[in-house]
Design a protein around this ligand. Structure first.
Ligand code: SAH
Length: 234
């Protein structure tokens, strides 16, 4: 492994959830509910048929499979070996093909630079020690003209209330300790990291979510969860 941009406690926490990753009513429930919206957001901006796509921090493969189903050639990487095992196993159920690997973003960026039409990195950056290094790896993987898609939690009282107090303590939907408020990034801060990595921010959209009705939608309100698209100049 080339990088040390990883918190082993984070990997252990997600690995402990691996067996239930594809249970829509398990701890990954919010990811299941958000997945169609983020897959549609990506499909609206990239022609996925035949596209080479990297899914960085892919977990059990919810987004990787959605992209593969839309015709993309997907490489899914994560540093959790249990989540990658689950992702690989699930291909037997879905009959899709995804190239899953236990690999760091730094290693993929170094071995396959400028190789991907699109790079996706959902709900990962708030879990890494060095967000700037992650963004620079993601930028390095992209072909010139390629697009980067990210989603994360904003650092606002609303996000603290929804993602930590609401999801971890009140609804007990996520295990306590899943999120650390200080690591949440504001869109302006993430935008700065993207610019420093040579990318151009194209869109920031809010990701609305009602955990009771389990509905998710794109919104103008970015105060809690948001999705963004950035491009690498051709
Ligand atoms: N992107 C997926 C999973 C999000 S959960 C989705 O949105 O559906 C966060 C994932 O990031 C977990 O699978 C965890 O194992 C992984 N992860 C945490 N820290 C990481 C790091 N430093 N490098 C790579 N993956 C990491």
């Amino acid at each position: 492994m080339i990088t040390a941009n990883v918190n082993p406690d984070e990997i252990a926490r997600f690995d402990s959830l691996a067996a239930r990753w594809w249970d829509p009513d398990g701890e990954s429930r919010p990811l299941h509910d958000l997945n169609p919206v983020r897959a549609a957001y990506i499909a609206a901006r990239v022609d996925l048929r035949g596209a080479k796509v990297a899914d960085v921090g892919c977990g059990g493969g919810l987004l990787s499979e959605a992209l593969a189903r839309a015709g993309a050639k997907v490489t899914g990487i994560d540093l959790g070996d249990k989540v990658i095992d689950v992702a690989k196993l699930h291909l037997h159920e879905s009959s899709l093909g995804v190239d899953y690997r236990v690999q760091s973003s730094a290693e993929l960026a170094a071995t396959e630079p400028e190789s991907f039409d699109a790079v996706c990195c959902m709900e990962l950056i708030e879990h890494v020690p060095d967000p700037a290094a992650l963004v620079s790896d993601l930028a390095a993987m992209l072909k010139p003209g390629g697009r980067l898609f990210m989603s994360t939690l904003n650092r606002t009282p609303a996000a603290f209330g929804a993602a930590i107090v609401g999801a971890e303590y009140v609804m007990r939907m996520l295990p306590r300790g899943t999120h650390h408020y200080a690591q949440f990034l504001k869109p302006s801060e993430l935008g700065r990291l993207l610019r420093h990595a040579g990318l151009e921010l194209e869109d920031v959209s809010g990701l609305g979510y009602n955990p009771l009705s389990r509905k998710a939608w794109l919104s103008r309100i970015t105060a809690v969860n948001y999705l963004l698209s950035a491009s690498k100049p051709a």
